[in-house]
Design a protein around this ligand. Structure first.
Ligand SMILES: Nc1ncnc2c1ncn2[C@@H]1O[C@H](COP(=O)(O)OP(=O)(O)OP(=O)(O)O)[C@@H](O)[C@H]1O
Length: 328
C-alpha cells in the first residue's frame, strides 16, 4: 500500500472565532506533487504552519509519514524540508556561506552544499553575494536550504509568488523533478490554478478553510468536461444531419457543439456530414479551462445553478458561503 506522507483529520484552526482552517482532511501519498490551491485567505498558510508544527491546531490530527506530529515532532520534522514565505539571508554573504550555518545545525557533510546548489542550478553563482541575486535565485536558494537535510517531504508555500515568468518556469521545472530524481514528495501551495496545473499530479482545492475538491489532476481535468466543436459550411443544415445520427448539438457562432460524445459517434457524424456534402473546416476538442472550473468552485461570477452542477460533477461537498469570496 502507498504510504501517506501527509494526512490530516478534521484539522481546524480558529482566529477570533473564525475558522481559518475548517475540518480539513488532507491525504497526500508518497511520490506526488500535490498542488494545494485556493484563493488568498483560503487557509493554505495556516494549514502549512500546522503541518510544520509552527502553530497548534485547535482540533484535529496531523500525521506525517504515518506518525502523529504531536508525538515525536522534532524527529518527524527532520525528514521535512520547507519554504514558507520569503526566506531571509545575509545579503553580504554568498550562497555557500549562507548555507554553511544551516549545514552545521543539520550536521550534514560539506559536500551536501554543492549537491543542493547543483540541484537548484546555482553552482555558477555560488560565490556571489546573495544581495545581487534576483528574486527567483533567492527562492531557489531557499529551496536549496530546504533540501540540505535530504528531506523525504518538501513543503513549499507559494514559492512562485512575485516571480517573473522565467523565475516561475525555473521553480516549476525544479519542483517537477523532485519526485523522480530525488524521491521527494512535494506539497506546493498556490492561488493560481494554471501554475498548479503545470506541475502537480494531484490537487486539493480549499476555500474559506474547507476542502472543496481533492483528487488526481487528470481526474480534475476529466471532470472539467470537454466539448467537440465542428466548424462546417452550413451549420443549420448540419444540425439536421447530426440529429439524424442521434446527436443533439447546440449551435454556437456557426459551429456545432457536442457534449459527452465519444470517438465512434464523432467518426460516424463526420462521415455523415461529408456524405451530405458539407465542407468540414475544423473538428476540435475544447475543455472547460481549469481556470473557469476553479473560479466556479470558489464562486466568482457564476450562477448558483452552475456552482451546483459543477459540485455535483466533481463530487465536491458544498462549502458554507462558498460563493462569497472571489478567486484572485
Ligand atoms: N495570526 C493570525 N491572526 C488572525 N487571523 C489570521 C492569522 N493568520 C491567518 N489569519 C486569517 O486566517 C485566514 C486564512 O489565512 P491564510 O494566510 O492561512 O490563507 P492563505 O490561503 O495562505 O492566503 P494567502 O495566499 O493570502 O497567504 C485569513 O482570513 C487570515 O486573515
Amino acid at each position: 500500500m502507498t504510504q501517506m506522507m501527509i494526512e490530516t483529520r478534521n484539522l481546524t484552526k480558529k482566529y477570533r472565532g473564525t475558522r481559518a482552517v475548517d475540518a480539513l482532511n488532507l491525504a497526500i501519498p508518497q511520490g506526488e506533487i500535490y498542488g494545494f490551491l485556493g484563493p488568498n485567505g483560503a487557509g493554505k498558510t495556516t494549514t502549512i504552519r500546522m503541518l510544520l508544527g509552527l502553530i497548534k491546531p485547535d482540533s484535529g490530527i496531523v500525521q506525517l509519514f504515518g506518525q502523529d506530529l504531536k508525538r515525536d515532532r522534532i524527529k518527524i520534522l527532520r525528514r521535512v524540508g520547507s519554504l514558507v514565505e520569503y526566506p531571509s539571508y545575509y545579503g553580504h554573504l554568498n550562497a555557500v556561506e549562507n548555507l554553511e550555518t544551516l549545514r552545521h545545525i543539520l550536521n550534514v557533510p560539506r559536500s551536501r552544499i554543492d549537491e543542493v546548489l547543483g540541484t537548484v542550478g546555482l553552482t555558477k553563482d555560488a560565490k556571489r553575494a546573495v544581495k545581487g541575486y534576483s528574486l527567483g535565485m533567492k527562492q531557489r536558494l531557499g529551496i536549496a536550504a530546504a533540501l540540505l537535510g535530504s528531506p523525504e517531504l518538501l513543503i513549499l508555500d507559494e514559492p512562485t509568488n512575485g516571480l517573473d515568468p522565467s523565475g516561475i518556469l525555473e521553480i516549476r521545472e525544479l519542483i517537477k523533478k523532485m519526485p523522480k530524481e530525488q524521491g521527494i514528495t512535494v506539497l506546493v501551495s498556490s492561488h493560481l490554478l494554471s501554475e498548479i496545473e503545470q506541475m502537480a499530479s494531484s490537487v486539493g482545492i480549499v476555500n474559506q478553510g474547507r476542502m472543496i475538491f481533492q483528487d488526481s489532476m487528470p481526474n480534475l481535468q476529466r471532470k472539467a468536461g470537454s466539448e467537440i466543436h465542428i466548424a462546417l459550411s452550413d451549420a443549420e443544415a448540419g444540425m439536421i444531419t447530426a440529429r439524424e445520427q442521434g446527436c443533439f448539438p447546440r449551435l454556437d457562432q456557426g459551429k456545432l457543439v457536442f457534449k459527452g460524445i465519444d470517438n465512434g459517434q464523432i467518426a460516424r457524424l463526420v462521415s455523415a456530414l461529408v456524405d451530405a456534402r458539407h465542407s468540414i473546416y475544423r473538428v476540435e476538442e475544447r475543455r472547460k479551462s481549469l481556470e473557469d472550473l476553479f473560479l466556479t468552485m470558489t464562486g466568482s461570477g457564476t450562477s448558483e445553478a452552475e456552482v451546483s452542477e459543477l459540485q455535483a460533477a466533481t463530487g465536491a461537498p458544498r462549502a458554507a458561503g462558498l460563493r462569497k469570496e472571489a478567486a484572485q
